[in-house]
Write a protein that binds this ligand. Structure first.
Ligand code: NAP
Length: 495
């Protein structure tokens, strides 16, 4: 309660050796925790719907009857069991004695969505017009959450609709915004009572639950997987810092271009959800560009040239605008370390190691600014192809020993945790005065950067690039500058 819960659910089916006395003691114990007592939902879940000890129906019904007498705000009974005349009569007669307690009639689908969610809700209303329907189903993909949002959006009566599982996470975070009477969170990760449940700390601190409302604008990172993304922490940190009515979500869009298209169409057809913009990362950067093209959106020329978009904005009328801020983040930090403006990169000799996605974005930015780029890569054919595309030079990796560049950039994963001793170049290549930029940001000071510093080079860490691209996204999302120091410190804390 000290963590900020507004209501507590007492799952009496978790109590070992349950008796009416034990249930009464538990209810009394919870009530005594705070004065005035915190509203309580009392549940004695049937084993067939996720209950823990599989207690008999007669005992479960008696526990709920007793909870009514002891002043629970809600009792939660399975809708399936409400169809049994004896149970129904017992529960309704207990409720008739109380002007306070309300009935929640719950249904669970543990394998996937209900066949017809709206029809099920209507059935609950018909069976007991005063009851609160609680419909909980497993979402096997984020796209299955939208049926829950639709029902919540359309219903005027009190209702609870949630999706279980990792793919259902956004239904839990957004429950209150879209009109669910409650959402369930656990005290800590170990005490979750359903899969995908958030802890109260994540819900309130990371996802800004206390400031969420119907008008909150939504953003998020589209990725597969998304669990380890630091973007929700840094963007929500900055939204909070500027007291903005905005929320940034992890959006686990599993699959490929079809699943991404379905997700974006789901968002586009529900303007009332107020999704405004997205960060886009592996594996959807190219799909995002393809989708924007098909949807007749607007693509920033350099994103087109790079062949990938990492930022998507929905403009007022719902049109998609695709950008790539990866190169912008890198360019901003290179310019500030060299102490030059955009035109100051013209003619700067840059040796770039790698030919993957990050190398592509950095090459595009450098070539656009007029730097003289040479690409080195383990797979020489990829270096050659990238160099041909961006009209710059390439060399075999072995030629790196004789490199004479002002700027040396590692765009490979060499040196990344856990292989922290790996170096993409021999240390004697590093010369005093050279600017050495490592795009790897875990660890923040890589072996390459430590050696470069020791040899008198200026260094740029990958975190600066990460923060730089996030700052550029934040500006596209909000029109305002984010707080780079705050972003950096949040990432450092996580790392
Ligand atoms: P990617 O597309 O998979 O490319 C990986 C590159 O690393 C390729 O050029 C690959 O060479 C090279 N490579 C991998 N293992 C190697 C080895 N043992 N020896 C030599 N070269 C090797 O990955 P990416 O998306 O470009 O990401 C690259 C790194 O950038 C990531 O590991 C990450 O640390 C960093 N990154 C930083 C940021 C940031 O914001 N700072 C953002 C994203 C990524 P081949 O072509 O020969 O396979």
């Amino acid at each position: 309660m000290s963590a900020g819960a507004e209501m507590l659910e007492l799952r009496t089916d978790y109590l070992a050796g349950l008796t009416l006395d034990r249930a009464a003691a538990a209810i009394g114990g919870v009530r005594a925790l705070r004065s005035p007592a915190i509203p309580m939902i009392v549940t004695c879940r049937d084993g067939r719907e996720g209950g823990v000890h599989g207690y008999p129906g007669a005992l479960r019904t008696a526990v709920l009857q007793q909870a009514v007498r002891l002043g629970a705000a809600f009792i939660d009974l399975e809708f399936e069991n409400f169809h049994e005349d004896e149970t129904k009569e017992a529960i309704l007669s207990a409720l008739a004695e109380s002007s306070y307690t309300r009935l929640i009639l719950s249904a669970h689908s543990f394998d996937g969505p209900f066949e017809d969610l709206a029809a099920l809700c209507a059935d609950v209303h018909i069976a007991c017009p005063t009851a609160v329907p609680k419909l909980v189903y497993q979402a096997n993909h984020i796209n299955e959450c939208f049926a829950a949002f639709d029902l919540l959006h359309e219903e005027d009566e009190d209702i609870i609709v949630l999706c279980m599982g990792e793919a259902g996470l956004i239904s839990r975070i957004l429950a209150n915004k879209v009109g669910s009477l409650v959402t369930f969170v656990s005290l800590d990760a170990d005490s979750a009572t359903a899969s995908g449940q958030l802890t109260i700390g994540q819900y309130r601190d990371l996802y800004r639950a206390d400031s969420l409302g119907e008008n909150t604008e939504l953003f998020g990172v589209i990725a597969d997987p998304v669990t380890h993304s630091l973007s929700p922490a840094i963007h929500n940190g900055c939204f909070g810092d500027l007291e903005m009515d905005r929320l940034y979500l992890p959006l686990w869009v599993a699959g490929g271009s079809n699943e991404l298209a379905t997700f974006l169409n789901n968002v586009q057809s529900r303007d009332w959800l107020r999704f405004r913009g997205f960060s886009v990362t592996i594996p959807h950067k190219q799909h995002c560009l393809d989708h924007t093209r098909k949807a007749r959106g607007v693509i920033e020329p350099l994103a087109e040239k790079i062949g990938a978009a990492n930022t998507l904005i929905r403009s007022g009328e719902g049109r998609l605008h695709a950008y790539n801020t990866d190169y912008a983040g890198a360019m901003a930090t290179i310019r500030s370390t060299l102490g030059v403006t955009e035109s100051g990169l013209k003619g700067v000799r840059a040796a770039l190691i790698g030919a993957g996605g990050v190398a592509r974005a950095v090459t595009a930015g450098l070539v656009e600014a007029g730097a003289l780029v040479t690409i080195y890569n383990r797979t020489a054919s990829k270096a050659e192809a990238l160099a041909r595309e961006f009209d710059c030079r390439w060399e075999e990796l072995s030629a790196l020993t004789e490199v004479e560049a002002q700027l040396l950039i590692n765009c490979t994963s060499l040196g990344m945790s856990p292989h922290v001793d790996a170096m993409p170049v021999p240390a004697d290549v590093l010369k005093p005065g050279m600017v050495v930029f490592d795009t790897v940001y875990n660890p923040i000071e890589t072996q390459l950067l430590a050696r470069a510093k020791a040899r008198g080079c200026k260094t740029i860490d990958g975190l600066s690039m990460f923060v730089g691209q996030a700052m550029a996204q934040f500006k596209l999302f909000t029109g305002c500058e984010g707080n780079a120091e705050l972003m950096r410190s949040i990432v450092c804390d996580y790392l």
